[in-house]
Design a protein around this ligand. Structure first.
Ligand code: FPP
Length: 277
């Protein structure tokens, strides 16, 4: 369904409205992706358990999503659980994250409905526990007709495995349709990514100050602007999303081209003077 976001600026708290007032609404990014990092450190600094950091992080997810929906952001993609998290974290923490995801969906689907938010997922979600998949499907179906922000949660996600999955399905298609490798285009690869239905992110935010991409949307962020903040994810709020967008709007995106105000390139070689000998 086509996304038709309705602005609800009047619902922004005053602090957020003040930052929004400085934005150019014509130049909002279409798609913001976030690497949510720092839950563990947030808890550690307060002498709390790691799981309490994740709990607080889930609150940030909801608050940031609501700000996104109020300003009419069409696509918000959050890195919620990586393949590496699944393989390398202690089982107790992974199990906690799975329970947290279920309870997050259970208690926030009504708020998503109130905010016209549609939820979707990317990743090898078929490998998640069945009871989690069930809740995910319920949330996706319940919110499927919402036309505002699409919140995409990356779950059991890794960008390299996404590319492996894409190449597997692309080669299967090629075999079926007798297509030669020379005819493969970037568009063909895009069609087979989990994100085939989503425009590439314009802005990638990472919290907790780490300068890493951590195997997130490697193909899709080719031209994304990157914004790293020292804030830990549980402290990240809608106002910080708006500040990141303000920063994005101060940048000039060139996609490998030139700026508009660059001078003409001299085309007549005879007029190019190399230091005369
Ligand atoms: C990084 O913190 C964050 C994650 C493991 C993923 C994000 C998870 C959440 C925000 C919790 C719930 C999400 C939903 C959608 C309900 P970390 O543990 O790596 O932090 P650290 O680097 O400080 O240890």
């Amino acid at each position: 369904m086509h996304s038709s976001a309705i602005l609800r600026i009047h619902e922004l708290p005053p602090e957020e409205r003040a930052v929004y007032a400085k934005l150019n609404p014509e130049r909002l990014p279409e798609h913001v992706a976030i690497i949510m990092d720092g839950n563990g450190r947030w808890a550690g600094r307060r002498l709390l358990k790691r799981f309490q950091g994740h709990q607080q992080g889930a609150k940030s997810v909801q608050l940031v999503t609501e700000t996104a929906s109020r300003i009419g952001l069409r696509w918000l993609t959050l890195y919620a659980f990586s393949l590496e998290n699944n393989l390398r974290r202690p089982r107790a923490e992974v199990n906690f994250l799975m329970r947290l995801l279920r309870s997050y969906l259970e208690s926030n689907v009504q708020r998503m409905m109130d905010n016209n938010v549609r939820i979707r997922y990317i990743g090898r979600t078929h490998d998640l526990p069945p009871e989690v998949q069930e809740k995910m499907m319920w949330a996706e179906e319940t919110t499927a007709r919402n036309t505002g922000t699409t919140l995409t949660l990356a779950l059991n996600y890794g960008a390299r495995s996404e590319l492996v999955d894409a190449f597997r399905s692309l080669t299967a298609e090629m075999k079926h349709k007798h297509i030669s490798p020379e005819s493969i285009t970037e568009e063909d690869i895009h069609r087979h990514l989990y994100t085939a239905h989503i425009p590439d992110p314009d802005l990638l935010i990472r919290t907790s100050g780490e300068m890493r991409i951590s195997n997130f949307l490697l193909w899709q962020i080719a031209y994304a602007e990157i914004y790293v903040t020292d804030l830990l994810w549980p402290d990240f709020r809608g106002v910080h999303l708006l500040e990141a967008i303000a920063n994005y709007q101060r940048r000039e995106r060139r996609y490998g081209g030139l700026t508009e105000n660059v001078g003409e390139v001299e085309e007549n070689p005879e007029r190019i003077r190399i230091a005369a000998g």
